[in-house]
Design a protein around this ligand. Structure first.
Ligand SMILES: *Cc1c(COP(=O)(O)O)cnc(C)c1O
Length: 324
């Protein structure tokens, strides 16, 4: 529990559950499956995803941002999820060779994949260039050096976006805010580094610079933060005629009863209005992760030990791990 907050002793709000759920005779049904039957058949702890809910969110993202929109796979990645997002017309963001491998193994074509990360190794970059990923989002000058040495080896100049750090402090937990200047990610706009990076990548033979990118953090409920970031990176790229721009991911999702979040559609409208006002002519895209998958899932546990402390608290132990 976070200091200063009290647990809210209410039943979980129905709107926090997967879209296609029901409660019949006191038993939770998800996508037409009885939760207790699932627990008996597969054992607990058990992750249960509502497939129709996942597909609906992917379609909403494609509707809001167009076909270049990417599912950020770190929010939930297995072969079935990679295949589902691809089937619904999304690209997939992968960071690390492991995620790249899972997406390819799931049958997602390399030209639907975007490689991210602030510390891509030479071998990860080589793998991405060899299989022909659609875009590499370059995070640092070190990475531009690595791509130069790869070009000398392969003669292939991949399409890249540059990740810029717009200096926006997203209203979220410090550990998941990534758009402020003191961040391990990207080329900082306020210091002039972003401009140097755009100039270097534009002139380089080793990469084809197609756009700029920003990802300001996760669990961001104020969609105005995305509009601000979009304006800052659009201004930084102004004059370079780059055809693409990405505002990253990070749209917040409610986990507890009092939280409310904008929809993916609201987010898309805010971003496109801001880009129109800023005179952006580039194709604008995004990378939702959490907002695609979080509410589609529940974890089923079995209650084990119960410890009652009269007048203090009752502890109910379940069979999940510390990570839950
Ligand atoms: C994590 C991440 C995302 C997705 O963030 P969510 O909060 O899951 O929407 C998008 N882009 C990048 C580069 C990320 O690291």
């Amino acid at each position: 529990m976070i200091a200063g907050t009290e647990p809210i002793m209410l039943p979980i709000a129905r709107r926090l559950l997967p879209e296609n759920h029901d409660v019949i005779d006191g038993r939770l049904q998800i996508g037409g499956c009885d939760a207790i039957d699932l627990a008996e058949e597969f054992g607990t702890p058990l992750f249960v995803y509502d497939e129709a809910h996942l597909r609906a969110r992917c379609r909403e993202a494609v509707e809001a941002f167009g076909g270049g929109v990417a599912f950020a796979t770190k929010a939930f990645l297995c072969s079935a999820m990679a295949k589902l997002a691809y089937e619904e017309g999304m690209h997939l963001d992968v960071a690390t060779g492991g995620e790249l491998h899972v997406a390819l193994h799931a049958g997602v074509p390399a030209d639907k994949l975007v490689l991210h990360g602030n510390n891509k190794s030479l071998s990860e970059l080589r793998m991405a260039v060899d299989v022909g990923v659609s875009r590499i989002v370059v995070d640092s000058f070190d990475e531009l050096d690595r791509l130069e040495s790869l070009y000398a080896e392969t003669g292939v100049a991949p399409k890249v976006l540059l990740r810029l750090t717009p200096g926006i402090k997203a209203e979220t937990h410090d550990f998941i805010a990534t758009g402020h200047d003191d961040s391990k990610f990207g080329f900082t706009v306020s210091t002039g580094i972003a401009e140097q990076a755009i100039a270097r990548a534009s002139a380089a033979e080793s990469v084809q610079l197609v756009g700029v990118h920003a990802h300001i953090g996760s669990q961001v409920f104020a969609v105005g933060s995305f509009a601000k970031a979009a304006k800052i990176i659009a201004d930084a790229a102004a004059g370079w005629g780059l055809p693409e721009m990405s505002v990253g991911g990070g749209l917040g999702v409610p986990y507890i009863n009092y939280e409310r979040a904008p929809t993916i559609g609201d987010w898309g409208r805010t971003v496109s209005d801001a880009c129109e006002t800023a005179g952006v002519t580039a194709d604008v895209s995004a990378e939702p992760g959490r907002s695609i998958v979080a509410a589609a899932a529940v974890t089923l546990y079995t209650v084990g030990t119960i410890k009652q402390l009269p007048d203090i608290r009752t502890y109910v132990a379940v069979d999940g791990g510390m990570s839950d």
